[in-house]
Design a protein around this ligand. Structure first.
Ligand code: IYR
Length: 227
């Protein structure tokens, strides 16, 4: 059993330290970077099923992210039902058609051209699972009263980062999709007023033939300043 000690009446457990030496740390950090650098946002999915147990593990990893006052102000909806996926695709395409044809300014469209995105969101029906991340703006306690959450945007962003890392680690692919506006997701999934759609993440295997833009990432010197 883990030993706890009370600090000011609150239980604490001993942090389990890692014991990597510097050489191991250099190797591990390098290897992890090389592995993570292979992660790509993918739009061509296979319809090959992914066990729900895997998705459950991915969500547990996501939910291990740090959050303001440890409120974990997130909810992950997993949509695997073909009829609901179709409904989400229809609604998303309605908004995206408007965005691409009328709402997005020319500079934005120009910036997206190298990615070759468009309003067609076929992947919403092809990917075996859609994970829709909802951000809680407050929590509802068992007795129906409201409780505060803190830094909900930062917290949900971190959870999504953990989720994408876990998806890649499992050998699967994902797309961070933000149909805009995405309030239709609250309606389709019948979510309560305190949950706001944050990110829609189709998850699955890549299609047999899967092409991704030939992107270059910024150099360390461009993304860091050392003092
Ligand atoms: N939400 C749209 C447009 C879009 C916007 C950005 I910024 C991207 O990096 C990619 C796409 C869509 O999903 O197509």
């Amino acid at each position: 059993m883990t030993k706890t000690k009370l600090i000011d009446g609150y239980p604490f457990v001993k942090y389990e330290k890692n014991t990597f030496n510097e050489e191991e740390m250099i190797d591990r950090s390098r290897e992890f970077y090389v592995w993570m650098d292979k992660r790509r946002t993918v739009r061509d999915f296979s319809n090959k099923p992914v066990p729900k147990e895997v998705i459950g593990n991915l969500l547990l990893t996501a939910s291990s992210a740090p959050s303001g006052a440890h409120k974990q102000p997130w909810l992950f909806c997993v949509v695997s039902d073909a009829a609901i996926k179709k409904q989400i695709r229809t609604e998303a395409e309605k908004e995206e058609f408007e965005s691409y044809n009328r709402r997005m300014p020319e500079e934005w469209l120009e910036d997206l051209r190298p990615l070759q995105t468009n309003w067609n969101k076929e992947f919403l029906e092809i990917a075996p699972h859609l994970i829709i991340v909802f951000k809680k703006t407050y929590e509802t306690r068992e007795d129906g009263t409201k409780g505060n959450v803190y830094y909900a945007n930062e917290s949900c962003g971190l959870a999504c980062g953990f989720l994408l890392t876990a998806i890649h680690h499992a050998g699967l692919v994902a797309l961070t999709h933000t149909p805009s506006p995405m309030n239709f997701l609250s309606k389709v999934l019948n979510r309560p007023e305190n949950e706001k759609p944050f990110l829609l993440i189709p998850v699955g295997y890549p299609a047999e033939e899967c092409w991704v833009p030939d992107l270059k990432r910024k150099q360390l010197s461009e993304v860091s300043a050392w003092y």
